[in-house]
Design a protein around this ligand. Sequence first.
Ligand code: PEP
Ligand code: MG
Length: 573
Amino acid sequence: MNRVINGIAASPGVAIGKIFIYRDIKLNYAEKSLISKEKEIERLILGREIAKKQLEEIRDNTLLKMGKDKAAIFDGHITLLEDEDLFTEINDKINSENNTAEYALNEAIEEYASMLANLEDTYFKERAGDLRDIGKRWLYGVANVNVIDLSKLPPESIIVAKELNPSDTAQLNLENVLAFVTEMGGKTAHSSIMARSLELPAVVGVGELLDSITSEENIIVDALNGKVIINPDKENLKIYTEKRNAYLREKEELKELKDKEAISKDGVKIDIWGNIGSPKDVKGVLSNGGFGIGLYRTEFLFMDKESFPTEDEQFEAYKEVAIAMGTHPVTIRTMDIGGDKSLPYMELPKEENPFLGWRAIRICLDRTEILKTQFRALLRASKYGNIKIMLPMIMDVNEIRKSKEIFEECKKELREEGVEFNETVMLGIMVETPAVAFRAKYFAKECDFFSIGTNDLTQYTLAVDRGNEKIANLYDSYNPAVLQAIKLLIDGAHEGGIKISMCGEFAGDENAVALLFGMGLDAFSMSGISIPRIKKILKNLDSKKCQKLVEEVLEFSTADEVKEKVKNFMNNL
Ligand code: PEP
Ligand code: MG
């Protein structure tokens, strides 16, 4: 009873429900078979039938929910699953090497997938991911293990997992899932960010838990304080039911600020925008009173698919957001894949340091066809609203220049095709690397705006991996080095004559508002759920006092000193 576990509050809220254990099943199987070859082949065929049935079901559901085009993807998967050459290859391995069906299947799939991944042609390269996916389903079929469909969990489920990747999170059905808890992960992991967009309570980084719990046990998730209670008693159930209701009440009350601008006590107006991962999230930004989108993470559009989204598919998504936001700005970031974000259909090399590796703008400038398609879709959508385009992970002015060349090429093409777009659409950069902070003024001269990504800026300034819970205590945006970098960026942007916003998680940190306002930040962008509280705080601030606070704080040497000072300041507002 009442086993309490502490973790990191990643997305606020309180939930009471039943544990649903989600494990990525690792199959153990032998290389050599102990049964007859005929029997292994029978198992292979049976596994393929199971996989086919599942794929047919997914295809039929997709047809109902998303239409013919999307459903056709799964017809493609079924064709791959039934490929004669692939079957012969596996069959041969079983016959000549005396392999188990699982071993032969896995080997053959890997050989085929690597072969595809090494081809020049993008289409075939991307089929490698599909093939591995199909292979996994087939393998599970042979081993008679169920693949968990996260969109179909029992009601009132609270997922407990080692970790959730962003595509797992994208599958969740909020009618059935009340919250999630993960053993690993930090507040700025992408599944945490998505949880905040979905307004789904989440506690992450709780350490080892899965082996000591069972599905169906009751669980309380206090994602206001980063606490989880397994098997709570009646008293705790009562306390937390009240807590949950009070939280929901307060959320409603704060919504009164919805239509009000954020204007400080001394009359300074600050823009408050929301971060989104898909057009679906716009609702949460508007309902919480955001007057713009400061970051649309388009990679989720790419992650949700079985192959690269076409120009038209992208255009539709961007247009939908632009229209929904009317005259308000909509800042759309070009694809930021790599680091902790992968695409099922794109082979990324295994790297020692993925966050320092082939990611974001680096991929887009090597694979310019990806950037071109995205720029064209964005330009076409720019006609429907106030779109601004933003490049991620910039660390060298040449990256901006090369991107601009491609951008201009796309504009020229569209003009020639007679397609209308906004000729003055702004092109800005995410500032996430210390390299830009040191030389902010020079970067500012090359682009139209800056947006500070503190999630990455913090990890790169401090050399602390943002997703590693072992060193989570070192990952601290209040570290004076990070604050100094932010100050350099704001001053450099203004010196270069451009505006600067912040769309990293620090912008939604209630204790950081006075500091950022005092530094002169022009706009704050955060998960919809954080907007009302930040607005409320800003209304109580005075710019002169906040500037003085910044001066004092930048003289400190440690994050703890900064936090202590800021806490006192906030308490005395
Ligand atoms: C950031 O790095 O602060 C940011 C907003 O981008 P992401 O979290 O998607 O890396
Ligand atoms: Mg980033």
